[in-house]
Design a protein around this ligand. Structure first.
Ligand SMILES: NC(=O)c1ccc[n+]([C@@H]2O[C@H](COP(=O)([O-])OP(=O)(O)OC[C@H]3O[C@@H](n4cnc5c(N)ncnc54)[C@H](OP(=O)(O)O)[C@@H]3O)[C@@H](O)[C@H]2O)c1
Length: 265
């Protein structure tokens, strides 16, 4: 895929991979629309990128469908088309078994899963009309098996991977829309600050993997190789073996300790 001139909308552009991707796509001379909740961060990044390309931004809380609709409308009205949408907004909140909390699961599902669903709902009519487009959503590498303590995050990302997979062939065959699932291993971004993650790669490396994958027309972009091999091998472990992996190892260093919830009688 040739990138120059393409209109690229990026959610979660105020930080981490979203911001690094914005820099990459600016270098590729794409026209950018950035969104996230923190306006100061978006403004700062957009002002830098404007030196290289057209770049506009709008605040948006992806948990609000109307915010998402407005961003998509803003992008479409401003540039007359949307060629690529990279959905990078996300949160990571531990949900320890000791204080198992449905509100954390709700927050994770609303941000990591429904947020992207709202974007897809809003983008599809535009891309169908264009008869082209790319929707690339960031899930996670371990999207097939549960990980102790990380069930809220994992459930939201597994749902996302499943939905992207379900859309992929039909979107391509009927409307020439490319659906891409991005599955990063550990990447050093503010999201994992404080959590020790072995083999975490830099945010620039991650953005390069993603940019290259989109250019090459990959449908699933997973990286880095060492982590891909490890996680996909673990996916094959029988339950009796999988359940023997030490819990603390799976949670990772820095995982918070939590008090037991009291039984309400
Ligand atoms: N880092 C990793 O190791 C890793 C691994 C696999 C997958 N991922 C996924 O990669 C994506 C990018 O994460 P990152 O690592 O780059 O983390 P990050 O630096 O924390 O960035 C997360 C981005 O999401 C935005 N965001 C969060 N909640 C939002 C909301 N309700 N509405 C709008 N924007 C929201 C944040 O912006 P505001 O706070 O300004 O809204 C921020 O720009 C996420 O989907 C994450 O789950 C990360």
């Amino acid at each position: 895929m040739k990138l120059p001139g393409n209109v690229v909308l990026i959610s979660g552009a105020s930080s981490g991979m979203g911001a690094a991707l914005a820099k990459n796509f600016a270098k590729e001379h794409c026209k950018l629309v950035l969104c996230a909740r923190r306006e100061d961060k978006l403004k700062e990044l957009a002002e830098t990128l404007k030196k290289e390309t057209d770049c506009i931004y709008k605040t948006c809380d992806v948990k609000n469908k109307s915010d998402v609709d407005e961003v998509v409308r803003f992008a479409y009205k401003s540039y007359g088309r949307i060629d690529i949408a990279i959905l990078a907004a996300g949160i990571l909140i531990p949900n320890p078994i000791e204080s198992f909390d449905s509100s954390i699961i709700k927050e994770s599902m609303e941000t990591n899963f429904l947020g992207d669903v709202y974007f897809i709902e809003s983008l599809l009519p535009i891309m169908k009309k264009q008869k082209s487009g790319v929707i690339a959503s960031i899930s996670t590498l371990p999207d097939k098996r549960g990980v102790p303590g990380w069930g809220a995050y994992g459930a939201s990302k597994a749902a996302l991977s499943w939905m992207m997979e379900s859309l992929r062939s039909e979107a391509k065959q009927k409307y020439n829309i490319d659906i891409i699932t991005i599955k990063p291993g550990s990447v050093k971004t503010p999201m994992i600050e404080g959590f020790y993650r072995q083999g975490a790669i830099s945010v620039e490396q991650a953005a390069d993997y993603i940019t290259r994958g989109i250019k090459q027309g990959k449908k699933i972009i997973q990286f880095p190789l060492a982590q891909v091999l490890m996680i996909r091998m673990q996916d094959l472990f029988p339950v009796v073996v999988y359940d023997k992996i030490p819990i603390e190892l799976q949670k990772g260093k820095g995982y918070p300790t939590a008090k037991e919830k009291e039984l309400k009688e």
